[in-house]
Design a protein around this ligand. Structure first.
Ligand code: SF4
Length: 408
């Protein structure tokens, strides 16, 4: 009988092992929708909040994490990204509670990349040390510019000097993986001022730099002032200057040892953002918090983005996650191409066949040939990727991968 018990215990252990091995990888995105004040160009789901409102929001976030049904049994967490908003506005204790709840509910792999977006001016050395102690291993600073006049125009709450102080504190407490977000094509920005920003940032030697062009979003004060209907429309750099800034970003960062691994993202070797790569490679992710998006089992979801609806759903049996789109096989193929082609490495024909049981050539053969002939795509035995010219006109190239009735 003793032997039987041992055997039963061993097979139970083996079964548990199988269940653990069978778990799929999942990324977590946690939305913290608070900002000290609204930047002039921003249309994200974010705004100011009191300490009490932040506390209540954390309560609901924890409730949402705990209400994931069988999901924690099926998935293990490989990356966590706290985005916003300004996650670093949330008091440290609230982060501790969120972390404890995630750990209580989900298996987290030991190599998990855990990022928090920080706005300069909202962190202290103690707070940064607190993040480090909690297990956060990557910081993403929203700097945008090293020019204080540009920062003021953008409506940012910090100066460049305040950012440098935060950055140095982050290094002192132990962070070895830091991203800095930058923006180009700002109103009144010159090529010289943009290059000075790049030089100042490079002196700090961050592991990762994201460099995007400003987009004028409707409904923002920047749109009112600087769009084609605005009185200061001429302040926006024209296409040629925008292009030059973009080219110079590539050259300057490349000569300083950064690889462009995605259209707008640069990293020192081995320091690419795993969370973002997962997104472009269509890894499944669970978004938690107000308005957060999820992609699970071929379905795209979005949480309620009105706080009353979000709270009401969590206080009842209503689903917080609303179905946005159940992806057809063809919609998945489109996503596979236009998300994957953003990566410098491009997309793999082998992976396409594994996922869709049909070859990429059978679906996209003529388009692939045309785009290659026009110098916009590179194609080798397995990979298809954008050429430099293809990256320049990436929006047009990626649109070519939308399928219509004649392709299917
Ligand atoms: S800090 Fe970020 S999220 Fe907040 S208003 Fe500014 S750009 Fe938007």
């Amino acid at each position: 009988m003793g032997v039987n018990i041992v055997l039963a215990a061993q097979s139970l252990q083996a079964m548990k092992g199988m269940i653990i091995r069978m778990k799929k990888d999942l990324e977590l995105y946690i939305h913290i929708p608070f900002c000290a004040r609204k930047c002039n160009y921003c249309d994200f789901l974010s705004g100011p909040a009191s300490q009490d409102e932040m506390l209540k929001y954390t309560d609901f976030l924890c409730k949402e994490i705990k209400s994931q049904g069988s999901l924690p049994l099926e998935y293990r967490v490989v990356s966590i990204f706290f985005g916003g908003g300004t996650p670093s506005l949330l008091p440290l204790e609230q982060f501790g509670r969120i972390f404890d709840t995630i750990k209580e509910c989900f298996e987290i792999v030991s190599t998990c990349e855990i990022t928090i977006e920080c706005n300069p001016g909202t962190v202290t050395k103690d707070k940064l040390f607190g993040y480090y102690t909690l297990g956060i291993n990557r910081l993403s600073f929203g700097l945008q510019s090293a020019n204080n006049e540009e920062l003021r125009l953008l409506g940012r709450i910090h100066t460049f000097e305040e950012f440098v102080e935060n950055y140095e504190h982050a290094r002192e407490v132990g962070f070895q993986n830091i991203n800095i977000d930058l923006m180009s094509a700002l109103p009144y920005q010159t090529l010289e001022s943009y290059e000075t920003t790049l030089e100042k940032v490079l002196k700090l030697e961050p592991e990762h730099i994201s460099a995007y062009s400003l987009i004028l979003e409707e409904g923002t004060s920047f749109y009112e002032r600087f769009s084609e209907h605005g009185e200061e429309k001429d302040a926006i750099p024209d296409v040629i200057l925008d292009r030059l800034m973009y080219e110079h970003t590539k050259e300057i960062l490349h000569s300083s040892g950064y690889n462009r691994y995605e259209i707008s993202n640069y990293a020192k070797p081995g320091r690419e953002c795993l969370h973002n790569i997962g997104y472009w490679k269509r890894m499944e992710y669970l978004g938690l918090g107000l308005g957060a998006s999820s992609f699970i089992d071929h379905v795209r979801y979005r949480n309620f983005d009105a706080i009353n609806d979000y709270v009401k759903a969590l206080n009842s049996s209503l689903e917080v996650r609303q179905v946005e789109e159940v992806l057809s096989k063809y919609a998945e193929m489109e996503e596979f191409m236009f998300l994957g082609l953003r990566l410098s490495k491009g997309v793999s024909k082998k992976e396409f066949k594994q996922q869709f049981l049909i070859s990429m050539e059978e679906i996209y053969g003529t388009k692939l040939m045309q785009l290659q002939k026009n110098g916009l795509l590179k194609i080798d035995e397995d990979h298809v990727s954008l050429t430099d010219i293809g990256i320049d006109v990436s929006n047009q190239v990626l649109a070519e991968f939308l399928l219509d009735d004649t392709d299917i």
